[in-house]
Design a protein around this ligand. Structure first.
Ligand code: ANZ
Ligand code: ZN
Length: 872
């Protein structure tokens, strides 16, 4: 046969799939549903190789489940709002809308060239008014249900992008996109009350047994539940500003109360403000530390600093024990009560702090087996288990018992009319601030009226659409600058009012798109609940681990909010979650330090040595470490180039073959060429098989000789292993089985002579199974092979082959061979072999003879199916 020509074949099959609309799933389909979803892309302009991997993984599963008889939903859309469109507008004077839709068109073409089994009939972009209209409706539903609120908040303000950033968008005190030092500003903004679901979001993680453990752990930590005690410390009146009488703290370690050395409060704490009013030095200190910002990442890394307010707090178990109260930069106002007691021996931050201010420490927990008299803490706090010491009535107790004892005592002790201590559960999770001062986002559908305050936009006026005549000639929110857009009459009183000009965080857009895919045609509601309830949850969601926290958590919250407002009747959107690894590549650098792209170098291989030279000049370039593909290091490969030179099937096969899908895969041209050779090999194999298949009897032979039987066993064995491998997304293992099976088929063909009828029949069966096995990975090649084998219809529409289970039973077993208890090799014998035959086979082994070294055999012990031990 001629060489397989992917360039000619791939677009042809793509057109046929399209024309027959075979991947469009119907909502009234009666078969069981299977929903496969890859995280939808941001329309940046070009597909990158990471997308190719992501969508290929999902596509293999989607094609497989379709062949298995499921009504597969495998849609695609665009996460289309966000800053880059505005930046393009500023830099290149193109309208955000035009830029976005142009990018979508270009990327859609690229996605099609990968040969994905996507249902394009459901496509939408989150910037389509027909999508965000429903998002606005749900916002209003949430407002009515108390799940959206307006709140005054200290916010991270990015002075360059002129927008509020979420805490997680602040990296080392700087904006994640602009890199500008972030400031703190107090502003009113819209929040979603995700904290109402904190406990539920945490508990439900246990039921998500098809999620990676690491993702569930990340979510758990993010939600950050901790059980502790709220303690009211009395303040010493003589040292305290008038009006202040007590300091409330939250602690998870009440057992360490006798190790307390100081109290610390946040710079934003009212007591700090009160003390600063009379102390200019303190006021200055507070101003200073506020400049650094209060993002967690800064607090964790900044040097611990404090200022002694002069105020003293009284120890709850000893009226004569006074503790100094500091303002400290490592205490956050937003967590607990914004105040702590510091126990330096058992908390590293507290220890760093006392070491700086010479306050000393007293250990109160002694590790088991340590002598309390010699147990001292210097630079490293001890946060492990042990017994209480130096702690009066707690001495000798375990930490747990001591916590309980302190809680019991303080709970029952009253000051004023209130208990001194109170058990409390705290969450680290904050409500989700969704206001963004940006143009290219979903408008928040409310109107601010001087008389009526916040008025929802009436349903019949939705969507509130973005104006298109906007200018980006000055920084800030173009919606706010627009001459007319925001000026409206109040829907309630008819008076002059203004629209909300904040738009929603783009994470809102991606928090329900998966539900919209179930019925994107519904013009009057976000979902058609009966359909959404049937098609959801997503059975397998696939995406990058970078979205393991926020996107998944927000989606889980939003699904609950949709449930509360009647748009869907379930809580968890993703039954299965898979996080794929990255595509990485080695880096190349010229002698002058300039990075060069993989396309510009040629690799010369000499034995084990690899050398890189510049294609154009032959100049040597250094091969650097393998890294995540990035523009700065130029170690990217362009999917278009790959598909143009090798075809999509090769790219897909390579992505799947080289490493498990959850690990990084190293892109290497040499290995890609290997995949390309394998494609040609399969093509030849199928063509040769087709010649033999022509001679096969139409009817299945009644019996099969040993050769035919062996081939059939290989075929059904591969079918079994690949089927279960795909279900578990162990794609690299599946590909290894396919290779092995292809070899078995090739061996039969290599015999050359005209095969007997039973063998010819088995070859036809084997070739058919082989093509079906690789069809989810290399669908274009598979369609072409399907034709060659004389099958009608499309392999993409064919049912998955039936496994004949009785062919899976192995005929032989392999036993470990030991001589005097030491492994010397193994032996493979027929499953039905008698012990005497096994003994004879073992004693004939060279390794056994060598180990015996002429000594007589005293005994041979056979452990059936496992071990043979020769005693000499
Ligand atoms: C005394 C103590 C002794 C603490 C000890 C820890 C170890 P999680 O587990 O994250 O809830 N803390 C409380 N509020 C804080 C705030 N606003 N800013 C900074 N730190 C704060 O952490 C609870 C612990 O973090 C609390 O328990 C408190 O310090 C500190 F050996 O109290 B601990
Ligand atoms: Zn009004």
């Amino acid at each position: 046969a001629e060489r397989y020509n992917a360039r000619e074949s791939e677009p042809r099959w793509q057109a046929i799939w399209d024309q027959k609309a075979i991947f469009a799933s119907k909502n009234d389909d009666k078969r069981p549903k299977y929903y496969v979803l890859e995280m939808f892309p941001y329309p940046s302009g070009r597909i990158h190789i990471g997308h190719v991997r992501n969508y290929t993984l999902g596509d293999v599963l989607a094609r497989f489940m379709r062949a298995r008889g499921y009504n597969v939903l495998h849609p695609m859309g665009w996460d289309a709002f966000g800053l880059p469109a505005e930046n393009a507008a500023i830099e290149r004077k193109v309208a955000p809308k035009a830029w976005t839709y142009d990018n979508i068109a270009a990327m859609k073409k690229q996605l099609r060239s990968i040969g994905l089994s996507l249902d394009w009939s459901r496509e939408f972009a989150t910037c389509d008014p027909s999508y965000y209209k429903h998002q606005q409706k749900m916002f209003l539903d949430m407002l009515a249900a108390g799940l959206a609120e307006r709140e005054k908040r200290k916010l991270n303000w990015d002075p360059v992008d002129m927008t509020v950033l979420a805490n997680e968008q602040v990296i080392d005190g700087r904006g994640w996109r602009s890199g500008a030092v972030v400031e703190q500003r107090e502003m009113s903004q819209w929040v979603f009350k995700i904290t109402k679901y904190a406990q539920e979001l945490l508990e439900a993680l246990d039921g998500l047994d098809r999620w990676p453990d690491k993702v569930r752990l990340m979510q758990r930590n993010w939600i950050g539940r901790s059980e502790g005690l709220l303690i009211r410390f009395a303040l010493d009146a003589a040292t305290t500003p008038a009006g202040e009488t007590e300091l409330k703290i939250f602690t998870t370690r009440p057992d360490t109360l006798f190790g307390a050395k100081f109290m610390a409060i946040s710079a934003d704490h009212p007591l700090a403000q009160a003390a600063a009013a009379k102390n200019p030095k303190l006021a200055e200190f507070i101003a200073d530390i506020k400049k650094i910002g209060t993002a967690q990442s800064i607090i964790d890394t900044a040097e611990k600093q404090g200022f002694d307010t002069g105020i003293k707090a009284v120890h709850p178990f000893d009226p004569n024990w006074k503790l100094p109260v500091y303002v400290a930069n490592f205490v956050l106002m937003e967590y607990g009560t914004g105040a702590i007691f510091g126990c330096p021996a058992h908390d590293q931050r507290d220890l760093d702090f006392v070491n700086k201010y010479n306050l000393g420490n007293v250990p109160v927990v002694c590790p088991e087996g340590q002598d309390p008299k010699t147990f001292v803490i210097t630079d490293t706090a001890y946060d492990g288990d042990g017994r209480m010491i130096n702690s009066r009535f707690l001495d000798g107790m375990t930490i747990e018992a001591a916590k309980e004892e302190v809680a019991k005592r303080l709970e029952t002790e009253l000051r004023g009319n209130a208990p001194v201590g109170e058990r409390q559960v705290n969450f680290r999770l904050r409500d989700w601030g969704i206001s963004r001062q940006r143009y290219w986002g979903c408008p928040i559908p409310v109107i601010h009226c001087p008389k009526c305050d916040v008025v929802p936009v009436p349903d019949d006026q939705l969507p509130v659409t973005l104006p298109e005549d906007v200018s980006f000639d000055r920084p800030g929110n173009a919606l706010d600058h627009h001459p007319t857009w925001k000026h409206v009459n109040c829907p309630k009183c008819g008076g002059k009012a203004v629209r909300e000009t904040d738009t929603m965080d783009t994470f809102v857009d991606s928090s329900w798109y998966f539900a919209r895919f179930t019925d994107p045609w519904n013009e009057t509601a976000p979902t058609t609940p009966a359909v959404a309830n049937r098609m959801m949850p997503v059975d397998q969601y696939i995406g990058g681990v970078e979205h393991a926290i926020l996107h998944l958590l927000y989606s889980r919250f939003f699904t609950r909010a949709m449930k509360a407002t009647g748009h869907i009747d379930m809580s968890e959107p993703f039954a299965g979650m898979f996080t794929q690894g990255m595509v990485v590549h080695e880096t190349y650098q010229k002698a002058d330090g300039a990075w060069v792209t993989p396309a510009e170098v040629k690799i010369e291989v000499d034995g084990n040595a690899r050398r890189a030279v510049l294609l154009e000049t032959g100049e040597d370039v250094a091969i650097g470490p393998i890294e995540k593909m990035s523009k700065s290091k130029k170690n990217t490969v362009d999917p278009d180039d790959i598909i143009a030179s090798y075809g999509a099937d090769v790219a897909r096969w390579f992505m799947l073959s080289d490493s498990p899908p959850d690990r990084d895969v190293i892109w290497s041209d040499e290995r890609v060429q290997g995949a390309s050779r394998f494609v040609q090999r399969l093509w030849r194999l199928v063509n040769e098989s087709a010649e033999i298949a022509k001679t096969a009897p139409a009817a299945r032979p009644g019996t099969f000789g040993p050769e035919a039987q062996a081939l059939r066993k290989a075929a059904h064995g591969a079918l079994d292993k690949v089927s279960s491998g795909i279900e578990r997304l162990h794609f690299n293992v599946c590909l290894a089985h396919i290779r092995e099976f292809a070899n078995a088929l090739a061996e039969v063909l290599a015999k050359g002579d005209k095969p007997a009828a039973d063998v010819a029949w088995a070859v036809k069966e084997a070739a058919t199974i082989l093509v079906q096995l690789f069809s989810p990975m290399m669908p274009h090649l598979a369609e072409e092979c399907w034709v060659v084998l004389g099958h009608t219809g499309l392999v993409s529409e064919a049912d998955w082959p039936q496994i004949e289970r009785d062919l899976l039973v192995e005929d032989s077993v392999t036993l470990v061979v030991q001589v005097n208890g030491k492994k010397r090799g193994d032996v493979t014998v027929p499953r039905t072999a008698q012990n005497a035959d096994i003994e004879a086979a073992v004693l004939a082994l060279d390794a056994v003879k060598a180990a015996l070294d002429g000594k007589p055999v005293r005994k041979v012990i056979v452990v059936p199916m496992r071990i043979v031990n020769v005693v000499g």
